[in-house]
Design a protein around this ligand. Structure first.
Ligand code: N2P
Length: 359
């Protein structure tokens, strides 16, 4: 008869190994290349559990509650800054990331404005927020409209003309309100109650013409011609354009950074303070920062990256697209979001609920 104790140990061993060799990764949807996770699993011998989200607000609620079980999460910079203050992250140990030096020092300097010393976050990808539209459906309904302007959606007459083919807005109070403030020539980072009221008035004016608020569904809907305009994330709209081209039904999608300017954002890889396996998170960041790995993600999802060594490897199609890598003149018209105070955030959430539900 085999001894009892060794058998028990044998049963425990695989469990311990599993905890050690698993990365629990929580990332935005439609934000990775097909080969990234298999490549990492193979290279590092670490298995990946991958979950996705499409909203900073959802991530923030989970991070502040804690105990998420995640090792690596990707909030946007202005949200990350608030969460860092709440103490929910652990510092990145740069000495464990041999590829850290591939990051563009200029971008690290910019993000350090909301992450002093680049302590908690490593840039994943960069994005802008603007209108994407179905070229044919929009020109049929609005042959004379300026399609390079936010007025394409914020002018109620235009929104009304497009209502029948379908307008979607991101379900993102901070980002849509900032776009409205910017269109009104107010400071997009303003926390002034009167400014918020003006932004909400603008949005209420087009509300009857909005089909839905959602932060990822518009990719397929634009590609299939089920909606004709979405205010969305740059790369997601360009993924819709690609899906439409692949489907071969003649749907042509265009993404614009409007002449009034748009939000430029940074999504940041962070490690929760209570991460079960911070070693795996560091290993992923090190793997990710290899130039060919970062470049393959940019090529797949149409977002710009902060990996300077990867730039020459990004396909010309992506690198030369002004909607992905905005040229200097466009950059000078763009704005960044800042962390909200808790007080403003409550007012914004209330206003947003009223906008969406009428209550
Ligand atoms: C990916 C969206 C990422 C940009 N679907 C918004 N942070």
């Amino acid at each position: 008869m085999p001894p009892l104790i060794p058998a028990t140990l044998l049963m425990l061993a695989p469990l311990a190994a599993q905890a050690q060799d698993t990365l629990n990764f929580y990332n935005w949807s439609d934000y990775i290349a097909d080969g990234t996770l298999p490549g990492f699993e193979e290279a590092a011998g670490i298995e990946v559990n991958y979950d996705v989200f499409d909203s900073n607000e959802v991530v923030e609620a989970r991070m502040l509650t804690g105990n998420t079980g995640y090792d690596l999460v990707v909030p946007s910079l202005e949200f990350m800054a608030r969460q860092a203050q709440a103490g929910v992250f652990q510092p990145i140990d740069k000495s464990r990331i041999s590829t850290y030096g591939n990051l563009d020092p200029e971008i690290l300097r910019i993000v350090s404005g909301n992450d002093a010393g680049n302590t908690y976050g490593v840039p994943y990808m960069m994005y802008s927020i603007g209108p994407g539209y179905n070229v044919e459906m929009v020109s049929e309904r609005l042959p004379d409209a300026n399609t390079d302007s936010w007025s394409l959606v914020f002018d109620p007459a235009n929104a009304e003309a497009l209502a029948d083919c379908g307008i979607a807005l991101l379900d993102s109070p901070s980002e849509i309100t900032a776009a409205a403030l910017n269109y009104l020539e107010l400071d997009p980072t303003s926390e002034d109650a009167g400014d918020l009221e003006q932004a909400m008035e603008l949005l209420e004016g087009i509300r009857p013409h909005i089909r839905y608020f959602h932060s990822s569904q518009y990719i397929n809907d634009l590609a299939n011609g089920d909606i004709c305009l979405a205010v969305g994330y740059s790369g997601d709209i360009l993924q819709a354009k690609e899906r439409a081209a692949e489907a071969g039904q003649g749907v042509d999608i265009r993404y614009v950074i409007p002449e009034e300017g748009a939000q430029l954002g940074f999504d940041m890889m962070v490690i929760p303070a209570d991460a079960p396996n911070p070693g795996a998170a560091h290993a992923f960041i090190e793997y990710f920062l290899q130039p060919e790995v970062t470049a393959a993600i940019s090529d797949a999802v149409f977002y710009a990256n902060a990996n300077k060594a990867a730039t020459p490897l990004v396909s010309a199609e992506v690198r030369d697209d002004p909607g992905i890598y905005p040229p200097e003149a466009t950059l000078s018209r763009m704005y960044s979001a800042e962390p909200h105070s808790a007080r403003y955030d409550r007012a914004l959430t209330r206003a947003w609920t009223t906008l969406k539900t009428g209550r």
